[in-house]
Design a binder for this molecule. Structure first.
Ligand code: FAD
Length: 361
């Protein structure tokens, strides 16, 4: 059995600084976990419990990607599906079936990292990985551009899939009036706002903005599918009071140009145009393509039993980064029993047990 990791970072939400994150000079680890969203934190906890020398590195703050969503957004999933610590106060207060606000979830994950003294260096971004299994060298950069090299026998990538927006490939989609993330919105009023994309992010955004703005929502989906999604929004998605006002919906339609703040829309009955002040194109996001190419030749395939990358032995993929290949995945894995995500964390636990010949669970 290996000694417990000595380097720890335990800090309340919003107070982790680069200094706190660099609490010793160690540069050799058994496993480095890259990315400290829900999945990265969960994997760190499990591997720490096995007695491995682990380190989590995070380019910003814990749960950075969740912080890029609307902070008052109600999560689709209920607490029991996402919580990492079954003893978290929020479960006692609100119950398993509660749909948390995103800010409550971030608080819960930050508390989790602090409670279990998870070893994390924040404000450290992975830029590249050299070497091979047992002798990886991670090139890392801090927020001031200083370089650091860390060694690890194995690397777990938990960097999520929210780095780059999907684009539609139409003229004008990269102009300054077109946003690809929905975040701060309270200040927006009296605007003509175009939403493109038929997912829950669009519905969330429209519900938030429609009382004080004029909305056009263009979706490829049929009207039945949109109707169903809005019903789900009120029930499954946990927004019983959701209402659409000041909103026109063009279903079975797509935008073909966004140039000069005018949307050209192809509808079943022909082409129409709509002048907009602001457009949200919310058609999904993907991982950092440059990083994926450098690390894995752009190949995110992995062994579904062990999570090991097909392209690079010794590198493992978890969480949203690996999502595409799994039939179902929680927001994170959940350390509570009776949750589907637990299956996935068991796989990485047993894979690492074999790799490091650990007996402890
Ligand atoms: C609006 C919205 C609502 C959602 N609601 C739900 C829901 O209700 N239920 C659900 O199950 N899922 C939901 N999801 C999906 C959910 O966000 C993800 O499945 C989940 O956050 C994935 O967790 P993760 O730990 O894999 O990645 P992330 O939470 O994305 O964390 C990745 C972390 O890695 C860090 N990172 C990235 N690159 C580097 C690097 N090079 N070096 C160091 N650190 C790096 C990032 O800063 C980030 O902190 C939602 C998504 C969106 C967009």
């Amino acid at each position: 059995m290996r000694p417990q990791p000595e380097m720890t970072v335990a800090a309340p939400m919003n107070s982790m600084s680069a200094n706190q994150g660099t609490v010793d000079g160690r540069t050799h680890y058994d496993v480095i976990v890259v990315g400290c969203g829900g999945w990265g934190l969960a994997v760190l906890k499990v591997l720490s419990d096995m007695g491995l020398r682990v380190l989590g590195i995070e380019r910003h703050e814990i749960c950075h990607n969740l912080r890029r969503y609307m902070k008052h957004m109600v999560m689709h999933s209920v607490l029991s599906y996402m919580i990492l610590d079954p003893e978290d106060a929020i479960v006692a207060r609100k119950g398993d079936e509660y749909h948390p606000l995103i800010e409550e979830l971030i608080q819960s994950y930050s508390d989790f990292a602090a409670k279990f003294n998870l070893p994390i260096k924040t404000h450290q971004e992975l830029v590249d990985i050299e070497g091979a299994k047992d002798n990886f060298v991670l090139a890392v950069r801090d927020s001031e551009g200083r370089a650091l090299r860390l060694k690890a026998k194995r690397v777990v990538l938990a960097t999520g899939s929210y780095d780059e927006p999907n684009l539609a490939g139409i003229p004008g989609e990269s102009n300054g009036s077109v946003q690809h993330y929905f975040h701060e919105w309270e200040h927006i009023k009296n605007k003509r706002i175009l939403f493109i994309g038929g997912g829950f992010s669009s519905a969330d955004g429209i519900i938030a903005l429609c009382p004080r703005n004029q909305i056009l929502w263009v979706v490829r989906k049929s009207s039945d599918a949109v109707e169903k999604m809005l019903t789900d929004q009120k029930t499954v998605w946990g927004q019983p009071d959701a209402q659409l006002v000041n909103t026109e919906i063009l279903t079975d339609s797509q935008v073909t140009s966004l140039e000069n703040n005018t949307a050209v829309v192809q509808t079943p009955s022909g082409e129409t145009t709509w002048d907009y002040d602001l457009c949200y194109m919310l058609i999904g996001h993907k991982p950092n393509q440059g990083l994926c190419t450098r690390l894995l030749n752009g190949n995110l395939d992995f062994n579904e039993e062990t999570f090991e990358a097909c392209e690079r032995p010794g590198v493992y993929l978890v969480g949203a980064l690996a999502k595409k290949h799994l039939e179902h995945i929680g927001l994170t894995h959940n350390l509570c029993p009776d949750n589907d995500g637990v299956r996935y964390i068991e796989r990485i636990r047993s894979a690492m047990q074999k790799e490091f010949n650990c007996n402890r669970t």
